[in-house]
Structures are given as structure tokens and as C-alpha cells.
Design a protein around this ligand. Structure first.
Ligand code: GTP
Ligand code: MG
Length: 629
């Protein structure tokens, strides 16, 4: 049965091989991204951090104003005395403003109209599973999920203090990292294990209800990973609950809430074998509220299946450019995770009579967008199918309405034609922790995730970051089967000993004791601003995502714009950023995270910024202001 991932995330390819920024004009042309001047609304410049449960009032500092001019309290632009609103951002002039006295003052601004991005918190929930193991579940509280609970203020502050105390302790353990050039991998790290299929981490992503879980469940069933008996049980129970059409989806949608609501909420990890690969299937949530969970799980992907719903109106909804179309947001995100190969599964073809015209229409519309995101034409495979009716999944189409015009591969063949990305086992170990499984009864803790670089074996010593605790690898599991060695690219559960379980957290990183990952709370990013409605100002708050870590962040500096043709920093330093601009910025995080410069380590150097439930920027870490230097 699949394992559920409850927390984590990661990010894309740099701007060097992420052609998106080179093809920026295509990007703009392919989309209805136009931002009208009148639609611009400013994020307030925050000078005082609001408490977790009181975000209704924030302090906005007014800067010194010049005589005969009034200065906008939000974007700081100077305006004529005669203007009643700011010429730049349109914000109304504050009648209480003390014009021209040259003094700064604090006023309160009501911010209830805008969702604070930091409305999330992670808690570890424990639940005994059938085998007596306790699964650590990190859930978003009060994020964009309408049903989530917002935690009270006090525990938040305590948790934050505790984290800080742990980091303080960690800094006393600080040992300088050895120069990378000194690292020599051992022989066992590089050798291939005979007869074992390579793991391919395959994310299944796409707009809500496009059929990702049905497709995943049907595949697992057809390939023998979900037995006939189990399938029969799902069918019976789903029918009884009036959710008959979700029977296949129940194979990966395991929780009562997911089944009740008929939506996936957290990423499910399942396995199947193709001819060439041991596939790690990451069935992601499509609902807008659960994009952070999608980021957390799907960031491990080597390749992706982007599922689109061919039915009339549904494909169009997924392509909606106003923040509701997850086909676009997911495509942009997976490209930003560094995924280069994508299979577009044009699902529910049964609802359009397996129409070739509809398939071609979808191909041309979505193809434009994918190319504008930086996917190369040769790396996109288009498959018309019906997950529900088992058409074109593991064997060629049998329905004459499809086989009469489609002669290409079925989905499973397309998976086998994907290329394995280069794995780097010759570098020191880095395993970003996606999920943590704890067993209270056995006092054990296991860190789950994909090994990005290096290798481990039973008995290896590892450093658990960011808290700098050393532990020993007790055992390793791939797809619930014990193995003695795991290398870069493997998705594993690593059971640790000699460490207190509280020190192993999702968003942390297992690394080689002599080559610790950098820990930082201030980062310089090179970002592409996505399709946002209002400008981003210094002081704007975000939800910052990097590999499986997420943290509240604030824009502290716009360093410069980036010339999208050359990728070089432009001379111009704007006061705010708008849609489709590329810029170098500095962000301050509420708490330190493990991060690396993209040029040093790609998987740990990709970052995403989200605000008000939407991804507002994707980018790379260009500089780390290490907390240890
Ligand atoms: P989220 O995870 O919540 O984003 O949804 P999802 O993409 O996983 O969709 P899911 O598999 O839960 O299916 C949503 C609905 O689409 C269900 O009612 C399915 O029965 C239906 N569905 C999925 N695939 C097909 C298909 O090939 N044809 C038809 N007609 N319906 C389908
Ligand atoms: Mg689903």
C-alpha cells in the first residue's frame, strides 16, 4: 500500500538550463498574463512582525516626506499635493498624514483584506499503523486549507523558541566543513547493484479532479500492486459511500477525509515495476489548497506525468490563468523542480468520444504553455487515454474510436522511454528529509526521502541537519524491502539509531558528517515573478519553500532586475516587482533552513515563494548568508 507524504518540498532548475527565462517572450505571448495598472494593489511594507494569531493590525512606517509633495506610505513614491491617490500603486492618500513636517510616524493599517502567507504551522501527528509503526505526519494548519485549524499563539512561540534553542545548541557543535575537493568516495558507493532496477521517481500532477489518483490506482491494479481482492473491497466501500466513481482513486487516497471529500490532500508514494524501472509513483494533490503538499512531495521527481482532463470545460478550467488553473501552476512548478521530461496524459478521452480534434486542440494549447515554461518539444510525450476505462494505459488502445487514429505508445511504454537523470553518487551524502516515521514502542526513527548525492549503507554515520546531531544508519528500506546500500536517486526510508527522534524533522537533511549542508536564515535569490495581480514590495511576506522545508519569509531587499535575455543583473533597482519580471532579491526567513547555492547543489538551491495561496515566484539560491560564518 502507498505511503503518504505529509510534509516537504523543493525547487527548479536554474536559469542557465531553465530555458524559461531565455524564452521569456514566448512565455509572455503564450499566456494571458497582462496585469492592468488599475489592478495593482500593494503588499504593505511590514516593519513590525505581527503575532501569529493577530494579523489584523500591522504597523506601516511612513518615511520622511518632502515639502510640497506627499509620499505614498506603501511604495514610497513622491506624489503631487493635488493627487488624492498614489500615481505608482494607486493607494489612497492617507488624510491623517502629516504632510511636509519631515518626521516619520507609525500608523495602523488594516490588513484583513489580504491573506498573510505565514498562516501555516507544522505539527507532528502520530498514529499507530497496522504494523505497530507510528507515522509522523506533518500537516499544514490554517494554510490555505479551509478546514484546517489555526494553532493558538502560545504553542507557536514556544515551538519557535524551542527550535531556536536547538539551533543555538547545534551551533555549539559546529565543526567546519572539509573542502569538497578532499572528498574521496569509497568503492561500494559507486558500484551498481546487479539485477536491481533503477528507481525512477515519477510525480503525477495536474489540475484537481483530472484523474491523477484514478490513473495511479488503475496502473497499480493493472500491474499487480493492488490485488483484485483489494480492488473489489474499494469498489464495494466506495459504492456504499456514494463515491463509486472514486474506487480506483481509493488505492492512493487512503485517509477518511480524502475519501469523504473525493480529493487528494497529501502526496501518496506507491511503487510499481516497468520493464526498465522500479517506479516510485508520487500521486500529488491537485486542489489549490494543497499545492504546498504537492511541492513537498513532487520535488523529488525525476520526471512527471501531467494529467489533464479532456472533457469540455474541464481542460479550460485547468488552463485558467487567474490562479485557479493548476495545470499551469503544476507545470510551472515541476519545471522549476528541475524536471525536464514530461508525459502529458490527456485523460477522460471517453467523455469526448476519443476525439482526435479535441486531443489536437489540447496539445496545441498546452504545448505552447509547456514550451514557454522551458520544456523542450522533444521531452514532451502526449498520450490520449482513459484511466477509468483502461484505454491506452499498459497496452495499446482497444477502443476503435482511439485506435483508428492513434498509433503511438501507451502510458507504460512512455514511462519506459524516459531517461534516468544523471545520479551523482560520487559526492558526499545529501538526503533531504521528506517525511519522518517514528516508532514509540521500538524507540526508532526513520527518515524518508530521495538521496540527492552520495550513498549510505548500514552502519554509516550521518549528520542530521540543521540540528547537527550525529546518528548511525541502522537499516535501509526501498519500497518496504530491506537493502544494505542505497545510492543517489534512491527513494528510501533510513532507520537511525543513537539520536533522539525529535531531532529528525521533515525539511532537515541527512549528510556526511564532514560535509554538512549550509544552514541560513538569509538568502539571495534569483527569481522569476509569476502571474501576480499586484506588485511585490520590500517588506512583503511569503511562504518560502526549499526542498522539503518551508518557512515564513520576508522580502528585505530588491538587489536588481535581471535582464531576461542575458541572465545578467541589470543596473536598474526597482522599488517593487511586477508580474513576469526577473530579479535578484534578498529574503529573511523566520527560522533557518538547510540551503545551498544552486551552482553548488541544484536540489538544495531551488526556491519557491508563495503568497495568498498562489505561487508568486520561482527561482534559485544565488547566495547563502550562512548563519555559521
Ligand atoms: P485530486 O487528487 O483531488 O486533484 O483529483 P484527481 O486528479 O486525483 O482525480 P480523481 O482520480 O480523484 O478523479 C476525479 C473524478 O474523475 C472521479 O470521479 C473519477 O471517477 C473521474 N475520472 C477519472 N478518470 C476518468 C476517466 O478516464 N474517465 C472518466 N469519465 N472519468 C474519470
Ligand atoms: Mg487525487
Amino acid at each position: 500500500m502507498p505511503r503518504k507524504v505529509n510534509y516537504g518540498l523543493d525547487y527548479d532548475d536554474g536559469y542557465d538550463d531553465y530555458d524559461d527565462y531565455d524564452d521569456y517572450e514566448d512565455y509572455a505571448n503564450a499566456n494571458d498574463y497582462g496585469v492592468k495598472e488599475k489592478d495593482l494593489f500593494p503588499f504593505p511594507e511590514v516593519t513590525e512582525k505581527p503575532s501569529w494569531n493577530d494579523r489584523s493590525t500591522i504597523k506601516v512606517e511612513k518615511k520622511t516626506t518632502k515639502l510640497a509633495l506627499w509620499q505614498c506610505s506603501v511604495c514610497n513614491s513622491d506624489n503631487e499635493q493635488s493627487s488624492s491617490s498614489c500615481d505608482i500603486c494607486g493607494v489612497l492618500r492617507d488624510p491623517a498624514q502629516n504632510i511636509g513636517n519631515g518626521s516619520a510616524e507609525n500608523v495602523s493599517a488594516n490588513n484583513t483584506g489580504k491573506k498573510a502567507i505565514a498562516k501555516f504551522s507544522a505539527t507532528n501527528e502520530m498514529a499507530e499503523n497496522s504494523s505497530g509503526i507510528i507515522s509522523g505526519a506533518n500537516q499544514l494548519n490554517g494554510s490555505e486549507s479551509g478546514n484546517a485549524n489555526i494553532k493558538s499563539d502560545a504553542p507557536q512561540i514556544l515551538a519557535s523558541d524551542l527550535h531556536q534553542m536547538k539551533l543555538d545548541k547545534a551551533s555549539t557543535n559546529f565543526r567546519k566543513a572539509k573542502p569538497l575537493a578532499e572528498y574521496k568516495p569509497e568503492k561500494w558507493m559507486l558500484a551498481n547493484q546487479d539485477g536491481i532496477l533503477n528507481q525512477l521517481n515519477l510525480a503525477v500532477v495536474g489540475h484537481v479532479d483530472s484523474g491523477k489518483s484514478t490513473l495511479s490506482g488503475q496502473l497499480l491494479h493493472l500491474l499487480g500492486r493492488v490485488s483484485k481482492k483489494e480492488m473489489h473491497k474499494f469498489e464495494k466501500e466506495a459504492k456504499e459511500k456514494g463515491k463509486g466513481s472514486f474506487a480506483f482513486a481509493w488505492a492512493t487516497d487512503e485517509s477518511a477525509e480524502e475519501r469523504e471529500r473525493g480529493i487528494t490532500m497529501t502526496v501518496a508514494v506507491a511503487y510499481f515495476d516497468s520493464k526498465k524501472y522500479r517506479v516510485v509513483l508520487l500521486d500529488s494533490p491537485g486542489h489549490k489548497d494543497f499545492v504546498p503538499n504537492m511541492i513537498s512531495g513532487a520535488t523529488q521527481a525525476d520526471a512527471a506525468v501531467l494529467v489533464v482532463d479532456a472533457s469540455i470545460g474541464s481542460f479550460e478550467a485547468g488552463m485558467d490563468g487567474n490562479g485557479f488553473g493548476q495545470t499551469k501552476e503544476h507545470a510551472q512548478l515541476i519545471r522549476s523542480f528541475g524536471v525536464e521530461q514530461v508525459i502529458v496524459a490527456v485523460n477522460k478521452m471517453d467523455t469526448v468520444g476519443f476525439s482526435k480534434e479535441r486531443f489536437e486542440f489540447i496539445k496545441s494549447q498546452l504545448g505552447n504553455f509547456l514550451r514557454s515554461c522551458g520544456f523542450k518539444e522533444s521531452q514532451i510525450t502526449w498520450i490520449p487515454l482513459s484511466a477509468m476505462e483502461n484505454e491506452n494505459l499498459v497496452t495499446s488502445a482497444t477502443d476503435a474510436r482511439l485506435s483508428s487514429w492513434y498509433e503511438g505508445s501507451c502510458l507504460l511504454e512512455a514511462v519506459d522511454s524516459l531517461q534516468l537523470p544523471v545520479r551523482d553518487a560520487s559526492k558526499p551524502l545529501l538526503l533531504p528529509i521528506c517525511d519522518v516515521i517514528k516508532s514509540h514502542s521500538l524507540g526508532q526513527v526513520a527518515a524518508c526521502g530521495k538521496i540527492e548525492t552520495g550513498a549510505i549503507k548500514n552502519g554509516s554515520r550521518v549528520l542530521v541537519m540543521p540540528l547537527r546531531e550525529v546518528a548511525t544508519v541502522r537499516s535501509i528500506e526501498r519500497d518496504s524491502c530491506p537493502c544494505s546500500v542505497a545510492r543517489a536517486g534512491d527513494n528510501v526510508a533510513v532507520s537511525l539509531q543513537g539520536i533522539d527522534g525529535v531531532h529528525v524533522t521533515p525539511g532537515g537533511v541527512l549528510c556526511h558528517p564532514d560535509y554538512p549542508v549550509t544552514v541560513a536564515s538569509r538568502l539571495e535569490l534569483k527569481i522569476l515573478v509569476l502571474d501576480i495581480m499586484g506588485p511585490i514590495l520590500v517588506g512583503s511576506k511569503f511562504e518560502f519553500h526549499i526542498h522539503h522545508a518551508k518557512e515564513a519569509a520576508r522580502l528585505v531587499k530588491i538587489v536588481s532586475l535581471v535582464d531576461q535575455k542575458t541572465g545578467e543583473a541589470a543596473k536598474k533597482t526597482p522599488r517593487f516587482l511586477t508580474a513576469k519580471q526577473s530579479a535578484i532579491i534578498e529574503v529573511a526567513l523566520d527560522r533557518a533552513v538547510c540551503a545551498e547555492e544552486f551552482s553548488k547543489h541544484r536540489a538544495l538551491g531551488r526556491a519557491f515563494l508563495r503568497a495568498s495561496g498562489c505561487t508568486v515566484g520561482v527561482g534559485i539560491v544565488s547566495k547563502v548568508f550562512s548563519d555559521e560564518s
